[in-house]
Design a protein around this ligand. Structure first.
Ligand code: SF4
Ligand code: SF4
Length: 171
């Protein structure tokens, strides 16, 4: 019988395991950096499809509740257009510049998060559309971000744990 692997969805447990496994995850990062990036992308893309298809983001919303999202001018134009407001007003009300000089939403949880759902879904920033970015090429070049998101996002957590198993990696 083909039994589906367990999916961890408990956000508190995921956050706690992120702390407990911090050193382990950084060691796995070092291991991954030595691997063929295209081969790792192939595996991660497959695992991401398997895991994402079993997680309902509308019941989670933890990225919107805990992360500071980078936004672009184009994002602000889209949000302003939807709200019938001026871009400068949206920029002043909802954004600030962070320590890396990036424009980010200033409120965490995000001001547009309503009952675990995005209230501007059609106009949400590109960065939100793409999160947690596991479908993109270049997984091994973004591992700092992946390890950071491991404790926040159940998709990242479950994909990273499956990747350890698939590569027979042990701490
Ligand atoms: S704009 Fe929407 S998708 Fe993006 S962080 Fe805010 S609530 Fe989440
Ligand atoms: S992308 Fe991750 S953290 Fe965000 S809602 Fe989906 S499962 Fe939750």
């Amino acid at each position: 019988m083909n039994r589906e692997q367990h999916i961890e969805l408990d956000l508190k447990k995921i956050e706690a395991l992120g702390e407990i496994r911090e050193d382990e995850n950084y060691e796995f990062r070092t291991f991954l950096k030595q691997k063929n990036p295209e081969r790792i992308d192939e595996i991660v893309h497959r695992l991401n499809e398997e895991v994402s298809s079993r997680i309902d983001c509308t019941k989670c919303g933890n990225c919107c509740a805990t992360l500071q999202i980078c936004v672009t001018h184009h994002d602000l134009e889209r949000i302003a257009g939807r709200a019938g407001a001026k871009v400068e007003q949206i920029k002043e009300d909802y954004t600030e510049t962070d320590e890396f000089n990036d424009l980010v939403f200033k409120h965490v949880p995000c001001s547009f998060l309503k009952e675990k759902k995005c209230s501007i879904y059609e106009a949400r920033p590109d960065n939100c559309r793409s999160f947690p970015h596991l479908h993109k090429p270049g997984f091994t070049s973004r591992l700092w971000g992946v390890v950071g998101n491991y404790s926040v996002c159940p998709i990242v957590f479950n994909v990273f744990e499956r990747l350890k198993k698939e590569l027979h990696w042990k701490y």
